[in-house]
Design a protein around this ligand. Structure first.
Ligand SMILES: NC(=O)c1ccc[n+]([C@@H]2O[C@H](COP(=O)([O-])OP(=O)(O)OC[C@H]3O[C@@H](n4cnc5c(N)ncnc54)[C@H](O)[C@@H]3O)[C@@H](O)[C@H]2O)c1
Length: 346
């Protein structure tokens, strides 16, 4: 597939996926409201790819709930005598914590955004979709490794929007399984940055995910890392997550698009993680060690909606997709810091 529309493509995962797609020879159409990203990301992508970005990337600034804007994108592709072959749907609000405070905002943005997109895909006969779902839809589990068969039981409105979209996609597929081809990727915890040090994660406002917070503390922009709970039933009492390098995650989208292309009819879900569990303290220590930076931290109360252990059983993805994660935790910490230290004040 040559022409790919990325919703939310200027965000953390989307921008890294753009690099992999363009390097593979694709043309990308990107729509992003910049509610959690910056337009300047396009310049960073341009530098990595060595210029001429306008030949490979068309950017549309706006919200995917804007029906006219989506019409414009699909029509412009047709005018350029190309048809959008597939959509990778990243656009969403993603903070579990914020979603508890503002569920309406999350349900409206994530669910209505998806419905608006699917309507247009149907109208322009673009029926290939890769959807960004999340490990947070699993909720509480006593399994060490979580497979795709695990019960869906999200603990926050954010996770519930992802679970609802998965149900909607399943209904859509069943309504016409000859037409729709859908792959649902349940990401675990992407961190790190492109190895060039030119592209990273730059959330608007205060970050909620641990890695951007670690980078801010390492830069001296924040004092201390708050670790939410030291009494979880884990090896050192802190939560365990499955951290995956963002470029490995980007490459999973290439593999998913290839798999879609080869399949006649498909609705399939894959966990995308490394299958390795790392506690918060282990992440902090790994970052400190490889970058030689001390990270002050304090323990505070557990956060609403957190779960103790989320580690992927990634065997389904590895056996079906032409993909496997290549990077180690140390690579994620080194690459992330290489990018962030560019912004240090002299
Ligand atoms: N980063 C993670 O830890 C993680 C984990 C699991 C799943 N996900 C999912 O992966 C996707 C991408 O995550 P990310 O980390 O790159 O997040 P991000 O916030 O960096 O990127 C999302 C992008 O979508 C845009 N956006 C949001 N709502 C929009 C709308 N209505 N219309 C147009 N653009 C809109 C934002 O401006 C942003 O650029 C999201 O769907 C997220 O829920 C992320």
């Amino acid at each position: 597939m040559k022409n790919i529309l990325l919703t939310g493509g200027l965000g953390f995962i989307g921008s890294h996926t753009i690099i992999s797609l363009i390097q593979k020879g694709c043309k990308v159409y990107v729509v992003d409201s910049c509610v959690n990203s910056r337009r300047e990301v396009i310049n960073d992508i341009n530098k990595i790819l060595g210029g001429n970005i306008n030949l490979y990337l068309r950017f549309f600034e706006g919200d995917i709930r804007n029906s006219l804007l989506l019409d414009q994108i699909f029509k412009e592709a047709l005018i350029e005598k190309t048809k959008i072959d597939a959509v990778v749907h990243f656009a969403a609000l993603k903070s579990s914590e914020q979603s508890i405070k503002n569920p309406l905002l999350y349900w409206d943005n994530n669910l209505n955004g998806t419905i608006s997109l699917l309507n247009k895909m149907d109208k322009y006969e673009c029926n290939n979709l890769v959807f960004s779902s999340s490990a947070y839809i699993y909720g509480l589990s006593d399994q060490e490794f979580i497979s795709e068969k695990e019960e869906i039981n999200p603990t926050t409105p954010y996770g519930k929007t992802k679970a609802a979209i998965e149900l909607l996609l399943n209904d859509l597929y069943k309504s016409n399984s000859k037409k729709w081809k859908i792959i649902n990727l349940r990401y675990f915890n992407p961190i790190g940055c492109h190895t060039s040090g030119l592209l990273g994660e730059f959330p608007q406002g205060k970050p909620n995910n641990i890695f951007p917070i670690i980078l801010r503390i390492a830069s001296g922009d924040c004092n201390k890392l708050k670790i939410y709970g030291n009494n979880w039933p884990t090896k050192d009492g802190t939560c365990i997550r499955d951290y995956i390098h963002v470029m490995d995650l980007a490459d999973a989208h290439i593999a998913a698009l290839d798999y879609l292309e080869k399949s006649k009819s498909i609705f399939k879900t894959f966990n995308i993680g490394t299958g390795k569990g790392t506690s918060v303290l282990e992440l902090v220590n790994a970052f400190s060690e490889v970058n030689n930076i001390k990270l002050p931290y304090e323990f505070v109360d557990r956060r609403n909606g957190d779960v103790s252990n989320l580690v992927a059983d990634n065997s389904l993805a590895i056996s079906n997709l032409d993909w496997r994660p290549k990077n180690e935790l140390s690579d994620m910490c080194i690459d992330g810091w290489r990018w962030r230290k560019k912004f240090l004040k002299p």
